[in-house]
Design a protein around this ligand. Structure first.
Ligand code: GLU
Length: 471
């Protein structure tokens, strides 16, 4: 048997992190078993499905690198096939037309609730003979009234449902559109899906789907229902908890490898290992190690993992990502230092590529104002003389390298009887406008001689004005 899994999103919104986690588990399971993974767009809900959402799904899946071997299939292109199977179910007595009006269904429901029963369709059209004129019927599946369905879920274990708890679900709507339950059964069969891996919100649907599979005489796939992802407050992960759209993470400069690494750990573990490369995930992933209880989303951990992946990714792969982020910030890399060197200097301290781009802006844009707090604290008249001395030493450097800058700071600081840091910090404010950057000699090397000296002059003028104002 060749393993075949599918990710089957309904295109009614953006691609949610929970969806990506489901897709990842399907993908890993297929890759791990040398099987196939397919993508199916479940767009039968024509009112809620949008092209924007389809595009977001395809873009998101491509961005995280969950490549599919087949598809994307679109359910709206398979209506003939659903009609054919619906006709078969009807011909074999497994489905029947229901003419009940919405009002009738509502009354039925109200009566059942009033009688303290669980509301469900009572099957009144099962043997209906009086066909009302002018009513477009729906098609309902005739669920067996006795017996039970046993599912040995690969994550949840054995789940047993009595058929009498289920009702006759609609499989084709009055307008001829198939419902989700029906199209999913037909597709999983036609597409030879061996393992249905999906969110556990679908667990309750599984027995209904299995009844249809049985009526059609098809083989049922294995099922694995994945635990929910909760937000930090314990409720189901949603927008309230911050970004849940996978493309927001792309836009914020997260690496796809980090997002997948984070998501694989939501519900799955391998000892206490946290960092996984894609190859390791494929090699180690097993549904048997998926935890049945819900897992909690932790954005701090995602940031930590992103930083770890930024540290481990070859610099040349990070360059285009930094370019994108600089463009978003309106910064032009031309005329600044080589991005490879910037990344080397910054990657230890940036949790996202966005943060990296935002921290190093001063390498790509001139300024004539310092951060007021930093300037107030560090550009003080007492260091004016030492900073002027340092400027002269720097101007004379043969080569503007971190090592030579370091020696110059050392010389000027010793001369003024200041510690290295006491002079380094004013220099940092002068060169970067603020008080945070990589080691000061590295920072100065990145800024470069020409820009560096201009900025030092600006800082000396600032100090002079301050001194004059103080009288
Ligand atoms: N289309 C369904 C959804 O987006 C998933 C169906 C399935 O995996 O069976 O929730």
């Amino acid at each position: 048997m060749t393993v075949k899994t599918r990710f089957a999103p309904s295109p009614t919104g953006f691609l949610h992190l929970g969806g990506v986690r489901t897709a990842l588990f399907c993908w890993l399971f297929a890759r791990r078993h040398d099987g196939a993974f397919l993508l199916r767009i479940e767009d039968t809900d024509r009112e809620r499905s949008t092209q924007d959402s389809i595009d977001a799904i395809l873009t998101g899946m491509t961005w995280v690198g969950l490549t599919w071997d087949e598809g994307p299939y679109y359910q709206t292109q398979r209506y003939d096939r659903y009609r054919e199977v619906a006709a078969e179910l009807q011909a074999t007595g497994h489905a029947y037309h229901c003419y009940c009006s919405p009002q009738e269904l509502e009354d039925m429901r109200a009566q059942q609730v009033a009688a303290g029963q669980n509301p469900k369709y009572d099957g009144r059209c099962r043997n209906r003979r009086d066909i009302p004129a002018g009513v477009q019927p729906v098609l309902r599946f005739r669920t067996p009234q006795a017996g039970k369905i046993v599912v040995d879920d690969l994550v949840r274990g054995r789940v047993v449902i009595e058929n009498r708890e289920l009702d006759d679900l609609v499989i084709v709507r009055a307008d001829g559109n198939p419902t989700y339950h029906f199209s999913v059964v037909v597709d999983d069969h036609d597409m030879d899906i061996t393992h249905v891996i999906r969110g556990d919100d679908h667990l309750k649907n599984t027995p209904r789907q299995i009844n249809m599979i049985k009526a059609l005489g098809w083989t049922r796939p294995e099922y694995a229902h994945l635990p929910m992802i909760l937000g930090e407050d314990g409720s189901r992960l949603s927008k309230r908890h911050g970004a849940v759209n996978v493309l927001d993470y792309r836009d914020q400069g997260y690496l796809p490898a980090a997002v997948l690494n984070y998501l694989v750990r939501l519900g799955w573990s391998h000892g206490d290992q946290e960092l996984f490369s894609q190859e390791e995930m494929i090699e180690l992933f097993d549904l048997a190690d998926v935890n049945a209880s819900a897992s909690r989303f932790d954005s701090a951990k995602l940031s930590w993992l992103n930083q770890q992946h930024i540290m481990r990714t070859p610099v040349d792969e990070l360059v285009p990502l930094l370019q994108e982020q600089l463009a978003i910030e309106g910064l032009d890399p031309d005329g600044g230092p080589a991005l490879e060197i910037v990344i080397e200097a910054y990657r230890e301290r940036a949790t996202t590529m966005q943060e990296l781009a935002q921290s190093c802006w001063y390498l790509f844009r001139d300024f004539d104002d310092f951060d007021p707090t930093a300037a107030k604290k560090h550009l003080r008249p007492v260091v004016g003389e030492a900073l002027a001395d340092l400027r002269d030493r720097l101007a004379l450097l043969q080569r503007w390298t971190a090592a030579e800058v370091h020696d110059a700071i050392d010389g000027a600081a010793t001369n003024a009887e200041l510690s290295f840091g006491k002079l380094g910090q004013p220099l940092r404010v002068a060169l970067t406008g603020g008080s945070v950057s990589p080691p000061i000699d590295t920072t100065a090397a990145l800024v470069g001689r020409e820009r560096g000296l201009v900025r030092l002059d600006l800082a000396l003028a600032f100090i002079a004005r301050r001194q004059a104002a103080a009288g």
